[in-house]
Design a protein around this ligand. Structure first.
Ligand SMILES: Cc1cc2nc3c(=O)[nH]c(=O)nc-3n(C[C@H](O)[C@H](O)[C@H](O)COP(=O)(O)OP(=O)(O)OC[C@H]3O[C@@H](n4cnc5c(N)ncnc54)[C@H](O)[C@@H]3O)c2cc1C
Length: 307
């Protein structure tokens, strides 16, 4: 393991100035759950490590019906999982957080770290994508906003430039009569990254009206987490039925070309995209039509679905 100089920032300005000064030779750490694994394996060998965990103001999470959810980049996955507004208004996001590693890792892992690590299988990402999230990036030239679906440029790669860091994620408030769900499939069931992860969101115009909005996002089946736009088009504007959900699931399956790896073959992943898209849409539709299912009920259904 290569030795590095450890630096700590207390403000965003300090963090940016350290990142600008040390450029490509520096790496930010937050919870360090990805960093320590990669550093020990010799994959990441920075000369400088800039710890941002004590930067003021980045650990806050707030909700208002006007502005939606504001998630500071340092909010942990555990805080996200337990936050009352997330459970109530964004159950798909709460389910994604609950499916993530074990409690100890969730207590350290940050939402910003999960996004910036840019793994195709990052669990919070598909759920954040279906809610139309945006990222506040700060750097030497000020701040800029980037839609989450434009944030990733490849596996482990993002639009962040030298000196920039992710400060906050904004998640708009869902429309009335909206349901959402996330299911992660991994052979080990716990403490494993996703072989396939699917998030779905369904909004209805009125409790029994047609589908006014549908969003589906897939993890671990492409170089970055992706939206299944063709599958969403199958649902938008239509009265939802079992057949329509199946047609959307088939469209999602047809739209991806995953790869083989130690966690599953391409063919298996492809099949699972269809299965999980159908299941998450069924759950999201039920929640949109009947009012939000209590989080624990959703969780019980997820556990049942996994066996
Ligand atoms: C045992 C174990 C189990 C895991 N299980 C899961 C799982 O089930 N699902 C899952 O998705 N992941 C899992 N992970 C991966 C990891 O925990 C997550 O990706 C986590 O969210 C990373 O957050 P962190 O704060 O620890 O990031 P760090 O390790 O501190 O950083 C990760 C990367 O993001 C960059 N970064 C961090 N914060 C910022 C920021 N604000 N701005 C710019 N760049 C930043 C760092 O430079 C680094 O490149 C697991 C890891 C371990 C060790």
């Amino acid at each position: 393991m290569k030795r590095f100089e450890y630096l700590e920032a207390r403000t965003l300005r300090q963090a940016i100035s350290l990142l600008v000064r040390h450029g490509e030779n520096a790496r930010i750490v937050a919870g360090s759950t990805d960093f320590l694994v990669r550093w020990r394996a010799g994959v990441w060998n920075p000369d400088y490590v800039v710890n941002i965990q004590r930067v003021a103001g980045l650990s806050r999470i707030t909700y208002s019906s006007q502005n939606g959810l504001k998630i500071g980049a340092l909010v942990t996955v555990r805080t996200l999982e337990q936050h009352p507004a997330v459970r109530r208004r964004y159950p798909g996001l709460a389910a994604a957080a609950a499916s993530f590693a074990g409690v100890q890792v969730r207590n350290l892992a940050t939402v910003g770290g999960n996004i910036c690590n840019a793994s195709p299988s990052g669990d919070t990402i598909p759920a954040l994508l279906v809610f139309g999230s945006e990222c506040r990036i700060v750097g030497p030239d000020g701040e800029r906003w980037v839609a989450l679906d434009k944030f990733f440029t490849g596996p482990g790669r993002t639009v962040l430039q030298t000196g920039e860091l992710l400060a906050e994620i904004r998640v708009p408030a869902p429309a009335p009569n909206t349901g959402s769900h996330y299911i992660k499939h991994s052979p080990r069931g716990a403490m494993d990254i996703a072989t396939v992860g699917v998030a779905s969101l369904v909004s209805l115009s009125g409790k029994s009206g047609p589908c006014s909005e549908a969003r589906i996002a897939l993890g671990a089946v492409a170089p970055t987490p992706v939206r299944a736009y063709a599958a969403e088009d199958v649902l938008r504007g239509q009265d939802i039925s079992e057949q329509l959900i199946q047609a959307a699931a088939t469209a999602a399956q047809d739209g991806v070309t995953p790869i083989d790896d130690v966690r599953g073959t391409a063919a298996y992943r492809n099949e699972m995209v269809g299965v999980l898209t159908r299941r998450t849409l069924e759950q999201a539709y039920a929640a949109a039509a009947q009012g939000p299912l209590a989080f624990e009920e959703q969780r019980r259904l997820t556990i049942q679905a996994a066996f």
